[in-house]
Design a protein. Structure first.
Length: 205
């Protein structure tokens, strides 16, 4: 029997997750059965079972994949070296450039709800958000140092994450929510404290 390559395994696993994401986004986690995922994937039950023993295993993988989009856009934005306010202006639009983003946003909202009843999932998701917050905190620390603003950078990073989560939640409800307007409003609000440059720079105390 020929040996199955790692690339083949990865492709099959992704095929299952893509099928599950389609069903979960349409029907929800709890209304979707393992058989629904098997049918959507076009694979046999036995083939799916080799990769995921239970539906909960698939829910965990899908939830972590959906929530990772926050960490992805935050870390990419931070690496670009933008001030905090300017960074937050770009993140909603950056989210919309990700593949299958409407589906992923709906799945992220479902994952947040699922985490309320699944402690293991909650801990895994919190780990991803902590990494995103840590990246934001570094940027906030720099902005505070440059503008002589005194703020709890850890708490501020939590607030900034909530702005991103708020966009995801509202966009899931309303696909017409404008990413640019949302980002510009966030920029204006944050610039009142962080990220001021040029003539608007506050006078150091």
């Amino acid at each position: 029997m020929p040996k199955v390559s790692e690339d083949h395994r990865a492709a099959r696993r992704q095929q299952i997750l893509a099928a599950a994401a389609t069903r979960f986004a349409r029907d929800g986690f709890h209304r979707t059965s393992m058989q629904d995922v098997v049918d959507e994937s076009g694979m046999s039950f036995g083939a799916v079972y080799r990769y995921f023993r239970t539906k909960n295993d698939i829910v965990m993988a899908i939830s972590l994949e959906a929530i990772s989009m926050i960490e992805t856009v935050v870390r990419d934005g931070v690496q670009a070296g933008r001030p905090v306010a300017d960074l937050m202006a770009t993140l909603p639009r950056a989210l919309l450039t990700l593949e299958q983003i409407d589906e992923r946003m709906r799945l992220a909202v479902q994952a947040w709800g699922e985490a309320l009843r699944d402690q293991a999932l909650a801990e895994r998701m919190q780990s991803g958000l902590r990494r995103a917050r840590a990246a934001l905190k570094e940027t906030i620390d720099v902005s505070c140092a440059d503008s002589d603003v005194h703020i709890d950078a850890e708490a501020a990073s939590q607030v900034l994450i909530s702005i991103i989560q708020g966009f995801i939640l509202q966009r899931s409800w309303d696909p017409h929510l404008d990413a640019d307007s949302y980002g510009q409003a966030a920029q204006a609000l944050i610039a009142g404290t962080l990220g001021r440059t040029g003539p608007e720079q506050p006078t150091p105390r």
